[in-house]
Design a binder for this molecule. Sequence first.
Ligand code: FES
Length: 258
Amino acid sequence: MMTFAGRFGALVPLLRGTTQFIKCAVLSGAKELLPATGKTRPWGLRLTIQSNVNVPPGGIRLAHTDIKIPDFTDYRRPEVTDPNKSSQDSSDARRAFSYLFTGATTVVGVYAAKTVVSQFVSSMSASADVLALSKIEIKLNEIPEGKNMTFKWRGKPLFVRHRTEKEIAAEEAVNLAELRDPQHDKDRVLNPSWVIVLGVCTHLGCVPIANAGDFGGYYCPCHGSHYDASGRIRKGPAPLNLEVPYYEFPDDDTVVVG
Ligand code: FES
């Protein structure tokens, strides 16, 4: 029966599977009962497996042969579509195109990356309205000589003092050796007529009173610190001079602080 089945190519896999099963039965010691003698013998001994069917060495391929191979001709370069022509002939031209394409892609990529990074970094900087609040523009012709005006700048009081010639001469003549925080008057002002300092006492942060104290400059009533008309500490517990912020004069009548 096996010989008969083996003549049909379509049954070859079944025949092979049966052969494997018989081999397994023999190896596992299965026995066959002989009715005539009542004896048993190994089951596979009387089987003769023949396979003289013309089967290819690799067997019959039962793959899906209806799958179409994709045609990439449209995506290939024309120089290499001719199978009779060596691709080496067009190698230089194709390589030049590859270099050009790679270079252009790199330039575009770097520019895009730079734009993304720039926008990301600039998004963390202060906005225009915040920057506008960080500066204050003061008209100097509104402050009479000998007077001090207080402005609010970045949440702190800002003193702008229009000094008299007498005050300027007195502050410039001060002996630096007498000062707790030695600093010459010329190092604290851009224009001797104008003293611009933060109105925050350097002791514990109170707001001093202008044109008061033993030195005619500023007086902090919290613990009794006396500053002169240059904002330098002269007496009391404060350790440092009043802070001078960054400022500039765009013209003779205007100062911009910040
Ligand atoms: S806070 Fe000004 S003297 Fe103490």
